[in-house]
Design a protein around this ligand. Structure first.
Ligand code: ATP
Length: 382
């Protein structure tokens, strides 16, 4: 991931690792974060994202490698001497101070002259849209408003980067979604680098310029939301971000851009590749459910697969189809424009897709077919 060097990087992690005794919390983080970027670290609980953030903030020291901030090695510098601010899940506002006093606290304690910080505090009140609430105490504010005060209080110090550790986790779903868009707007307005830790993939996709997907102390992939979603670098990334159908098979041919894969479930399909695979390699083809359609005729050019309709469920904006392949594998299509009138449970169906929708990933999944690790779906179904 050294390709990022040489840009206007605010934060550089050089081969950083962190162990607690024998336990490796972060195996290797080696990436850079650019000035003005909204960068998310995304992964399931325990993958090491908070530990990585803490090493940038200075609350943890790396056992290996260097943390570079604005070109200076800060690996051994205490948090208060680093020009970064952290916003935690608990906002820890001062309850006896007004909104304005809370925001002004940092510059005042750093003895910034009043005439310098006052306009900055006013500007921050405007940015977070709390001008009307300036004289209130935190207890007189909603959760979302308190969150904005916490943000303004951190941003007023003009840090090189703002570090956010699951800052929306304490908010309910509706407010969290509103605050995602709000955070993105605020970040654009102030132009400060945001580094955001979350386990919620929808949140990361909505807000980020780039996402680092982490699993078990390792960075699995860094890329734009589109790259991560449509061209996942591993089965873990494919399954963790959104829903996917993963079909194991073997590469029989490739021409650089596409590979032909003989599926374990029968049939042959063509899939886009990130790097040329080896002939005979065991791989998986990923098909996102919303890029699939179903028809009574096969598509040309190995862009369809034959199955039997198990379930067909009208869901308003789309229709969910579950189809069973010859070997019993179940795949799911979330169709917005299907030939539904001709498709019935029990009938044969050709599940098809447009060129480029099938993507090749190294390795084979434990369970073939549809995954559903969409955290929002899981939460909604509880
Ligand atoms: P979560 O979303 O649950 O906070 P995370 O991805 O942020 O997860 P980390 O907090 O970075 O995970 O922790 C990574 C691993 O390191 C976890 O298994 C955790 O138990 C372990 N760990 C973190 N801090 C310490 C510590 N001070 N001592 C020992 N182990 C630790």
């Amino acid at each position: 991931m050294g390709e990022t060097k040489g840009r206007d990087d605010v934060i550089v992690l050089e081969d950083v690792g962190k162990s607690f005794g024998d336990f490796v919390a972060v195996e290797r983080a080696d990436f850079s974060i650019e000035r003005g970027e909204f960068f998310a670290m995304l992964g399931p609980s325990g993958c090491g994202k908070t530990t990585t953030l803490k090493m940038i903030a200075g609350f943890e020291q790396p056992t290996r490698g260097r943390v570079i901030l604005e070109g200076v090695d800060v690996s051994r510098t205490p948090p208060y001497k680093r020009n970064v601010n952290t916003v935690f899940q608990q906002y820890a506002l001062f309850p006896h101070m007004t909104v304005t006093e809370n925001i002004a606290f940092g510059p005042r304690s750093h003895r910034v002259p009043k005439e310098t910080y006052e306009p900055r505090v006013r500007e921050m009140l405007e940015v977070v849209r709390l001008e009307e609430f300036a004289a209130r105490k935190p207890s007189q504010l909603s959760g979302g408003q308190q969150q904005r005060v916490a943000l303004a209080r951190a941003l007023v110090n003009m840090p090189s980067a703002l570090l956010l550790d699951e800052p929306l986790a304490a908010l309910d779903l509706k407010l969290r979604e509103a605050m995602q868009l709000e955070l993105k707007r605020i970040q654009r307005e102030v132009g400060i680098t945001f580094v955001f830790v979350t386990h919620d993939q929808g949140e990361a996709l909505t807000m980020s310029d780039r996402i680092a997907v982490m699993s078990q102390g390792r960075v699995e992939q860094i890329g734009s939301p589109e790259q991560i979603y449509h061209s996942p670098a591993s089965l873990f990334v494919a399954g963790f971000i959104g829903s996917a159908n993963l079909l194991p098979g073997e590469v029989t041919a490739h021409d650089g851009a596409d590979a032909v894969v003989a599926l374990a479930s029968g049939g042959t399909i063509r899939a886009r590749v990130a790097a040329p695979p080896a002939i005979g390699e065991r791989v998986s083809v990923m098909l996102r459910p919303e890029r699939l359609n179903a028809t009574t005729e096969p598509a040309s050019d190995h862009r369809s697969i034959l199955g039997t309709v198990k379930e067909l469920i009208f869901q308003g904006a789309s229709t969910r189809l579950e189809a069973e392949l010859a070997d019993g594998t179940i795949i799911v299509a979330q169709m917005t424009d299907a030939e539904v009138p001709h498709i019935r449970p029990g009938s044969n169906v050709h599940v098809r897709w447009n060129p480029g929708a099938a993507f090749l990933i190294e390795g084979v999944p434990v369970t073939a077919g549809a995954t559903n690790t969409d955290i929002d779906d899981v939460e909604a179904s509880l």
